[in-house]
Design a protein around this ligand. Structure first.
Ligand code: F6P
Length: 355
């Protein structure tokens, strides 16, 4: 059965990420090609609740493929978090003939999409966050651009550390997981990658610095994930200086990691995922998140994806775990183990080749 839609909404929610505009562009152009009217919903779910929306034509998404941030803006919306708020949002969709919505964001965005599905508004989630902390996809849109931004910043720090025989502790983002620290750390040849997923032995790091200094090493880059806590990295820089005698500087890259023109990888991933989201709707499918698994664009049930994410992050309560059928639990465990194994392998490699 062919599905038709009058208007297809698109919104971006949560922390912005480079590549979000590529998603919007792909959704708008794919919807127009199918004969639907794309509707831009501004400021995430807040714009839906407050009717900040407008129809989009092909030229409205011109010249944005190379722009960071999101032309649809993003905001937080507490009203939408309540059942009444979701019902109100669904009513607003119906009043505006918005038959379905494509929601680009992280796990919080997917929770909102699931709730809207429950009120009869088909939704498809597209994973966009620099953190890469969405278990249903190998990579989220925005992650590659953020990693490359960190690389560009840290390569510069390495230059000056080499000139002055210094150490630089660099704190990177990643409230939910240490992927930014891990991938950027490996890519810059960090002497150490410190993130909550891996037990950290400070004395071992001090000994490594002492030993490599004796062997003639002059510069030391230490990448620390913000998930180690708000003061950890700055305090570590002071301790390393006092314990090793190497002059140690500190840099917090903060929101620099969120902006910038998306990389080719993020542009292509975003275009594929945005297009696939529209295709899924026309296949009559909903309540899904688009994901990339083993280099293929595929999809996952949104409830399964959300539970998987909470399972992997250890956020499910004992009661919730007990209520999951054994076969489903085994699926969560298998995917979670794959993610952990990959993380640990990259970390292990860096420990060996980065001395
Ligand atoms: O989730 C993306 C992210 O950049 C995190 O890495 C970071 O901790 C958080 O958002 C910062 O949130 P905000 O932009 O609200 O300060």
């Amino acid at each position: 059965m062919n599905h038709t839609f009058r208007k297809i909404g698109v919104l971006t929610s949560g922390g912005d990420a480079s590549g979000m505009n590529c998603v919007v562009r792909a959704v708008v152009r794919a919807a127009l090609e199918r004969g639907a009217t794309p509707v831009a919903i501004e400021m995430g779910y807040k714009g839906l609740m407050e009717n900040h929306m407008h129809e989009m034509g092909p030229r409205d998404v011109s010249n944005i493929i190379n722009r960071g941030g999101t032309i649809l803006y993003s905001d937080r919306c507490h009203e939408f978090n309540s059942p009444e708020g979701v019902k109100k949002a669904a009513a607003i969709c119906r009043e505006n003939e918005i038959d379905c919505i494509i929601c680009a964001g992280g796990d919080g965005t997917f929770r909102g999409a699931k709730d809207l599905c429950g009120e009869g508004i088909p939704c498809i989630g597209v994973p966009t966050t620099i953190d890469n902390d969405i278990a249903s996809t190998d990579f989220s849109i925005g992650f590659d651009t953020a990693v490359n931004t960190i690389i560009a910043m840290v390569d510069r720090l390495r230059d000056t550390c080499e000139s002055h025989a210094r150490c630089n502790v660099v704190e990177v983002m990643g409230r939910g997981c240490g992927d930014l620290a891990l991938y950027a750390g490996l890519a810059v040849g960090a002497s150490a990658i410190i993130t909550k997923e891996i037990p950290f032995n400070e004395q071992e790091l001090i000994d490594r610095i002492h030993q490599s200094k004796l062997e003639g090493k002059r510069n030391y880059i230490i990448i620390v994930s913000e998930n180690m806590g708000s003061q950890f990295s700055e305090d570590l820089a002071k301790r390393l200086q006092s314990e090793t005698g190497v002059e140690t500087k500190f840099a917090r890259l903060a929101h620099v990691q969120r902006g910038g023109s998306p990389t080719a990888r993020d542009r292509i991933l975003a275009s594929e995922m945005g297009y696939r989201a529209v295709e899924l709707l026309y296949e009559g499918r909903q309540d899904l998140v688009v994901c990339q698994r083993d280099d293929k664009i595929t999809e996952m049930d949104i409830r399964f994806a959300l539970t998987l994410d909470r399972f992997h992050k250890g956020k499910l309560t004992d009661d919730e775990l007990a209520a999951i059928p054994a076969e489903e639990l085994a699926q969560y465990q298998a995917i979670s183990d794959q993610i952990t194994a990959r993380f640990n392998e990259l970390y292990r490699i860096n420990q060996i080749i980065s001395i």
